[in-house]
Design a protein around this ligand. Structure first.
Ligand SMILES: Nc1ncnc2c1ncn2[C@@H]1O[C@H](COP(=O)(O)OP(=O)(O)OP(=O)(O)O)[C@@H](O)[C@H]1O
Ligand SMILES: [Mg+2]
Length: 414
């Protein structure tokens, strides 16, 4: 009876602490969900944060998120370990006191027996704790190795950067005998050579898996050629500063992504120097301004992974606005493979038409209808440049281009 009463007493005594633990745990689980989404976003946005040179600002935002989870995590961990330990310690203290009383009363033998039992019990508990700690360590060790490997990989391959300032205008962009592969065994691009003049609109066509997106990644300097070089005004791009290149090029990826935030945040995209006027001007050019204004909260409308407020077509145009916001000199657009609604496609086409001649454009087109307005079209097949000519000429000379044009015509006819 004494034991039951004492246990209940300690339990009640520790109630407030336990309640506190529950509160912190609830806060932690909410933060954890946000954090997981944040991590997922970092992975999805990696290309764009890199291309737009947004990495330092993005990193700050991410670190704030980590700080947000750190406090509730530490509190929960501390209380989760602390409450049972406190309970045990109080119980033990009471037990020792009881033994003291028994000794004083003169029942020495019982007291010794109880003390031996108590010590044995404690020994077993400590042994168990050591065991748990060791298996916990074993469980975590592979993760630590993984991390150490990643750190080692990144530090031994520092990001290549050049010293030279980029010329005021990129008059010519091109590739000289560029080879590229993701691994040592398979070559994806096999000796590309071409040159593009300032203001040209270049279409990139070719079957799926031909290497179009890979070509785009090399143009953006996200990846380095294994042989040959990307050239700006005839000079190897590696010699120029990356940061300056990032300010000049803009990119709309094949799967455009929105970050969790307002429409304005998404267009600004961690470039604090962009003003509200820049953002609205970009949205006008991307033909999305009127639609944004028709939403209840306008530019403050929340969008992102968890908001279903925007359609695929709107998302693509917001990402186009993001690309145009810093007035790039070169625009690279990898057309989404999943069909957009007809109206969005027409709007994007219209804005690209308006931009034509003012900036150098590289457009990957999965449907050739998007490319018809280009000055010249590259047909990439199996990592090689199959043809590079104006669309009209390709109709006569390139079988891939002719076939796909025919197919599109039949489909739209049907
Ligand atoms: N990250 C990667 N790691 C390894 N291989 C890759 C990677 N990305 C692409 N590949 C391979 O490189 C080849 C070219 O891919 P790429 O994405 O450039 O094709 P694509 O022309 O853009 O195709 P699509 O029209 O379907 O977008 C493919 O065989 C693909 O499997
Ligand atoms: Mg692709």
């Amino acid at each position: 009876m004494v034991l039951t009463v004492v246990s209940a007493g300690i339990f009640l005594l520790l109630r407030p602490v336990a309640k506190r633990l529950r509160r912190h745990a609830a806060a932690l689980s909410a933060e954890n969900i946000e954090y997981a989404k944040g991590v997922q976003e970092v992975v999805l946005m990696a290309e764009e944060t890199e291309v737009f040179g947004a990495s330092p600002t993005y990193l700050d935002a991410f670190h704030r998120q980590i700080d947000g989870i750190r406090r509730p995590m530490l509190r929960t961990r501390f209380l989760a370990q602390g409450v049972p330990a406190l309970y045990q310690s109080i119980a033990l203290l009471l037990l020792v006191l009881a033994l003291g009383v028994i000794t004083l009363v003169g029942m020495d033998q019982i007291a010794s027996l109880a003390a031996v039992v108590l010590i044995l019990l404690r020994a077993v508990t400590y042994g168990q704790q050591v065991q748990t700690a060791v298996s916990g360590l074993d469980e975590r060790l592979p993760f630590m190795h993984h991390l150490a490997d990643a750190v080692e990989r990144y530090t031994s391959h520092p990001r290549q950067d050049g010293e030279r300032h980029l010329p005021a205008v990129a008059e010519r962009i091109g590739m000289r005998d560029v080879h590229f592969g993701y691994g040592p065994d398979k070559e994806v691009l096999k000796g590309l050579t071409f040159s593009v003049a300032r203001g040209e609109a270049i279409g990139i066509a070719g079957p799926s898996g031909a290497g179009k997106s890979s070509l785009v990644q090399l143009l953006l300097r996200l990846r380095l050629p294994t042989a040959g070089a990307l050239e700006i005004n005839g000079v190897d791009a590696r010699e120029f500063r990356r940061e300056e290149w990032q300010r000049r090029v803009a990119y709309v990826p094949q799967t455009p992504q929105l970050v969790w935030g307002t429409v304005a945040d998404n267009v600004r995209f961690y470039r604090p120097h962009l003003t509200q006027e820049d953002i609205e001007a970009a949205c006008r050019r991307a033909q999305i301004h009127d639609e944004i204004m028709s939403w209840d909260n306008g530019y403050d409308t929340l969008v992102g992974q968890r908001a279903a407020a925007v359609s695929g077509g709107q998302r693509q145009r917001i990402c186009l606005a993001r690309a145009l916001a810093d007035r790039p000199e070169i625009l690279v657009l990898d057309e989404p493979t999943s069909a957009l609604d007809v109206r969005s496609e027409a709007l994007v086409k219209e804005s690209l038409h308006e931009l034509k001649g003012t900036i150098t454009m590289f457009l990957v087109g999965h449907r050739l209808s998007t490319l018809s307005f280009c000055d010249r079209i590259m047909v990439v097949a199996d990592g090689r440049l199959d043809a590079f000519a104006p669309p009209q000429e390709l109709l006569g000379t390139n079988s891939f281009y002719r076939e796909v044009t025919e197919l599109t015509r039949q489909q739209s006819g049907a």
